[in-house]
Design a protein around this ligand. Structure first.
Ligand SMILES: *Cc1c(COP(=O)(O)O)cnc(C)c1O
Length: 267
């Protein structure tokens, strides 16, 4: 089936919204000494492929999706140089279908060794194999809300976070430990304090994790690479991306401020 093209009107609307957000992203990052620009991921879940195509034709490549089947379907029909991010709840039995998407750029919601193993096993048996390792972010529950997914934000010697990070580096060469990801609470994102406390928790967790990984440098050259490259922070959504960038985010995930309100799921 040929891909449905966006209307000119919808294209113009999406491009203008995207450019607006991109400008705000750049402005929030403008005082970074490093000059590093955060990556803006356009979160297109529950939006039609034609919306994605409109932004693709404008040069956008990073898109985020939450539902495995929806991502698989979109990846099949949309251009193969899109860099997809999976940002939804990851069930280990869905790891295989996600790892089979050749242009999956990052899986941002890894929380278990079991899922890491599923990903690695699938990636190891792909033909043709991927040319680069799959980037993974470990999701942390920085707001300690029971309904939110994620590991506890501690990298102490006996933590699940350190165990998973170490497992990936030592046992899963098809995966690249790229960073940490969080959502944070609604309250924290809308409070008018100077700093979002949940984002601060993610910043501290990264510090602690890199420190622990530094101790392992020398035992396996993969640790040297991770410590040298550093770890990214994926934090910030429509309501709080500018604040997240001011607190050091390198990857913001913006949906409704670009694509508009989402339809309810399953309708
Ligand atoms: C839906 C979603 C987003 C985008 O949310 P908006 O508030 O629409 O920008 C970002 N991150 C995750 C994990 C999401 O599920």
């Amino acid at each position: 089936m040929p891909l449905e093209q966006p209307t000119e009107e919808r294209s113009a609307e999406l491009i203008s919204l995207f450019d607006e957000i991109q400008q705000q992203v750049n402005a929030a990052a403008s005082d970074r000494a490093s000059g590093d620009k955060p990556r803006l991921v356009a979160v297109s879940k529950l939006k039609p492929a034609s919306d994605i195509l409109a932004l693709y034709q404008h040069g956008v490549r990073h898109f985020g999706e939450n539902y495995p089947q929806e991502l698989v379907d979109k990846a099949k029909e949309l251009p193969s140089d899109i860099e997809w991010h999976f940002i939804g709840a990851l069930q280990s039995n869905k790891a295989k279908m996600l790892a089979s998407i050749p242009n999956l750029f990052a899986l941002e919601t890894l929380t278990s060794i079991k899922s890491a193993n599923h990903l690695h096993n699938t990636l190891s048996s792909l033909s043709p194999p991927r040319t680069t390792p799959l980037n993974v972010f470990l999701q942390l529950n920085t707001s300690s809300e029971p309904q939110k997914a994620g590991l506890a934000p501690s990298a102490s010697a006996d933590s699940d976070l350190l165990a998973l990070a170490t497992h990936i580096v030592e046992k899963c060469p098809t995966l690249r430990l790229r960073g940490l990801m969080t959502i944070g609470s609604f309250e924290s994102s809308t409070a008018d304090g100077e700093l979002n406390p949940d984002f601060e928790v993610l910043v501290k967790a990264r510090e602690e994790l890199v420190e622990e990984l530094r101790r392992k440098v020398g035992s396996n050259e993969e640790f040297d690479a991770v410590v040298k490259e550093g770890l990214e922070l994926s934090m910030g959504m429509s309501e709080d991306f500018a604040q997240a960038i001011r607190q050091g985010s390198s990857n913001v995930r913006v949906g409704s401020k670009i694509f508009g309100k989402r339809p309810p799921r399953g309708v």
